[in-house]
Design a binder for this molecule. Structure first.
Ligand code: COI
Length: 415
């Protein structure tokens, strides 16, 4: 180790020894509700020091991996990205004015973009590393990495959104109102305070139906054939429910679940003129909002999958489908793409269809990266919720999503 490395590592250890200050959704909302310059500067400094500590924790975690794992190209790439980000955050001077905060937001936005390929890179790196780590250890490492990454992006994006809203409010001659001036009743930073699960489900259905060739089964032997009919999605239960949540995260999960349900149903009922409908049922209790998505797509059992929870695993030992050539190829392409992996459902579809915007029908199925379900599971757990897959073998799948609705749960255990 060179003297410089030794010094840098010493710095990392100093930060990694600090505790993180985990937040609840409610704290993020309350803090963001009434913004002024002083509070924004305070928020910027919190993000600056908190992200330095959170990245240091993950660097220390990566240093404890077996050497053969950290030297995989994709894992090494993520390690380098985090070192660079750690160094830049650590050396960013304290923010004292609004002008400095704006520079800070530009700096953070740049890093958010640079890190767009982290998830596919980790996913591929750990597919190849699976023989060298017990799968439980591999999955708990990935869970820490990904929950922590979500948490950092939430803090960063929330702060940027609060700043942008504040500036918009100020330029309209209402200084200091910030987030209150834009959709005051429904939106604080990146948090939707009255998110309607029904509206989100319908938005995802509309998006998916807009691009049937991406989600509905089509006979590969006969590419000229039409897609089989798109199953209907019925939304029922407590359809008037609203709760405070991050819309992008909620819709990421719903989009993924509906995409899988639509594909499985259209495949299983490919010879029928009217495939059975998919049912999305919403329920709201005193502490949680739940969504159950039920399909008749035949269930989840595959030759390589003995338990539905294996579909949440990043280990190729638990989920052999990770070693399929088309998945590895699709992951490689995503890592190399300048856009990396897009976070929102619109972006996922739009980027895919940019390949051939004139001819949406011929664009072909969305690439199967094998990331959607494990990431949905991680998103669900970030603020203390859960995702459970139940396979009714030979019949269909029920997926249960539970999310806390009071916003009082702290972010994931290790961030
Ligand atoms: C990530 O996206 O991996 C991050 O850590 C984001 C942060 C550098 C702003």
């Amino acid at each position: 180790m060179s003297a410089l490395h030794f010094y840098q590592n010493r710095q990392m250890e100093l930060f990694a020894a600090k505790e993180t200050k985990r937040l609840t959704l409610r704290q993020l909302i309350f803090f963001g509700r009434s913004m002024n310059e002083e509070r924004l500067v305070k928020s910027a400094n919190y993000v600056r020091s908190e992200l330095t500590v959170r990245i240091a924790h993950r660097l220390r975690d990566m240093q404890a991996l077996p050497y053969i794992v950290v030297t995989q190209d994709e894992v090494a790439k993520v390690y380098d990205l985090y070192w660079t980000a750690f160094d830049k955050f650590r050396s960013f001077p304290p923010i004292t004015t609004m002008a400095e905060n704006i520079k800070f937001c530009t700096f953070v936005r740049g890093l958010l973009n640079e890190h767009a390929s982290v998830i596919p890179a980790l996913s591929l790196g750990f597919t190849f590393s699976s023989p060298y780590m017990p799968s439980d250890q591999l999955d708990s490492f990935m869970s820490r990495m990904l929950v922590s990454r979500i948490s950092r992006r939430v803090l960063a994006e929330h702060h940027i959104a609060l700043t942008e809203d504040f500036i918009k409010g100020s330029t309209k001659g209402r200084p200091g109102r910030g987030a209150l001036t834009r959709n005051a009743s429904t939106h604080v930073g990146i948090i939707q305070t009255e998110l309607s699960p029904k509206a989100s489900i319908e938005r995802c259905v509309d998006l998916l139906r807009k691009y049937p060739s991406s989600v509905i089964y089509r006979d590969p032997e006969n590419p000229d054939s039409k897609n089989v009919p798109c199953p209907r999605v019925v939304v029922d239960g407590h359809v008037d429910t609203t709760f405070a949540y991050i819309r992008e995260q909620f819709e990421y999960i719903i989009f993924e679940l509906l995409k899988n349900a639509l594909y499985a149903t259209s495949y299983r009922h490919r010879n029928e003129t009217t495939p059975p409908e998919i049912r999305a049922t919403i329920s709201t209790g005193s502490e949680e909002v739940q969504v159950r998505i039920s399909d008749q797509g035949g269930g989840l059992l595959e030759p390589d999958i003995s338990s539905p929870s294996d579909l949440f695993s990043f280990s190729a030992t638990r989920n052999m489908m990770r070693m399929e050539d088309d998945r590895i190829e699709a992951l490689r392409k995503t890592i190399l793409s300048p856009h990396g992996m897009r976070a929102t459902v619109d972006e996922q579809l739009e980027r895919w269809h940019e390949r051939d915007p004139e001819n949406v029908a011929s664009t072909g199925p969305l690439p199967r990266l094998g990331i959607g379900l494990p990431m949905s599971n991680i998103f669900a757990t970030y603020f203390g919720g859960s995702l459970r897959l139940v396979s009714l073998d030979g019949w269909g799948t029920d997926v249960h999503l539970k999310l806390p609705k009071l916003g009082t749960k702290l972010e994931g255990v290790e961030v």
